[in-house]
Design a protein around this ligand. Structure first.
Ligand SMILES: Cc1cc2nc3c(=O)[nH]c(=O)nc-3n(C[C@H](O)[C@H](O)[C@H](O)COP(=O)(O)O)c2cc1C
Length: 324
């Protein structure tokens, strides 16, 4: 397995990415993943191309970033007809290592704006948006897609070839259709159809929660690398395990307990303004609690807290009863 992947001047080593996730892929989780090792590429959550130029980087929780968070691609969602240039210029000022276009999010609020996977209803609009982005930056340009509205190999492959032809340097493919829920098994073999059809690197995404999943996904997709979402929130050390066991990268296993890792995350959250911490802690805990048989007790305790202090007191109680 190739332990590094080049995209222009950038080397992903190893080719393992933390997925863009609203409320989760922020500075604290990115830093935690980097500290535990094995992650080769970071993404922001999706950012509005219209609002980005006005965001105040010194207070915005979406733009908060520390220098060690590299390489970092900023993900944009774009509605039909929106100008991308001011947002891309902003990303240059922010020191982005890459720009990612969201073509896969089916959330109703994005659908209403014609962005995310709704943008793909109009292929010419996608072509135009990618061409605008390509003209606006020399940074690596990536796109994140799902498999389409219906399973149709020729359409999928044509669409991906069009993206590559317009200058997309890297594709992240979430192996589900637009309307498919997370409870459905991702179609890793369909990611393979994209991989064999395009001459740019492909990251496979969806349903990777263990080293075995990662191995199987790579076998079925032949992808150049993997993108982990929820699996990396539940187990931020999973990148290191995959890097070690599949890519042969020297990443020592962590000696930290589950509680140590949780409270390190809490410490990293202190980078945010106080009013921005509790929501992010609740969202993280929802996934992290899944490491325990009775993790829903932790999730509910934190979920129903009205302050970070209360949440932490309850979390301390939970971890003192559940040592691992
Ligand atoms: C809470 C949450 C927020 C998400 N936000 C985004 C997003 O901002 N942009 C995006 O492209 N995908 C987003 N996704 C989708 C993930 O990037 C990923 O494609 C999906 O979770 C499947 O991968 P996984 O099974 O590894 O989690 C989000 C997923 C979750 C669970």
């Amino acid at each position: 397995m190739n332990a590094s992947l080049s995209i222009g001047d950038l080397t992903l080593s190893p080719p393992l990415a933390l997925a863009p996730m609203v409320g989760l892929s922020h500075s604290a989780l990115r830093t935690l993943a980097l500290e535990l090792g094995g992650v080769g590429l970071l993404f922001t959550e999706m950012l509005s191309v219209g609002r980005l130029p006005q965001e105040n980087a010194s207070v915005s929780p979406f733009l908060l970033r520390y220098p060690e968070e590299q390489p970092l691609f900023y993900q944009l969602f774009v509605s039909p007809g929106q100008d991308v240039v001011p947002a891309v210029e902003r990303l240059h000022q922010l020191g982005a290592q890459g720009v990612d276009l969201n073509l896969g999010c089916p959330a109703p609020n994005l659908r209403k704006q014609g962005a995310g996977c709704a943008l793909t209803n109009d292929r010419e609009q996608v072509r135009h948006t990618v061409a605008m982005l390509r003209a606006a930056t020399r940074l690596p340009l990536s796109a994140k897609i799902r498999l389409g509205a219906t399973l149709h190999e020729e359409e999928l492959v044509d669409f991906c070839r069009m993206l590559a032809g317009e200058g997309v340097d890297l594709l992240s493919v979430h192996g589900r259709l637009h309307k498919e829920k997370f409870c459905r098994r991702p179609r890793w073999d369909w990611i393979g159809k994209v991989k064999s059809a395009v001459n740019i690197p492909v990251l496979a995404n969806g349903g990777i929660f263990s080293v075995d999943d990662a191995r199987k996904c790579l076998e079925l997709s032949g992808a150049d690398g993997l993108m982990l979402g929820r699996g990396a929130v539940c187990r931020p050390w999973l990148f290191a395990e995959i890097a070690r066991e599949i890519y042969g990268v020297s990443c020592p296993p962590t000696s930290l307990s589950l509680a140590d890792i949780y409270f390190r995350f809490v410490q990293l959250l202190e980078r945010f303004r106080p009013e921005r911490r509790l929501g992010r802690l609740k969202q993280f805990t929802h996934y992290y609690g899944q490491n325990f048989t009775f993790g829903h007790h932790l999730a509910i305790a934190v979920q129903t807290s009205s302050s970070v202090e209360q949440a932490l007191e309850r979390a301390h109680q939970f971890f003192s009863r559940n040592k691992r």
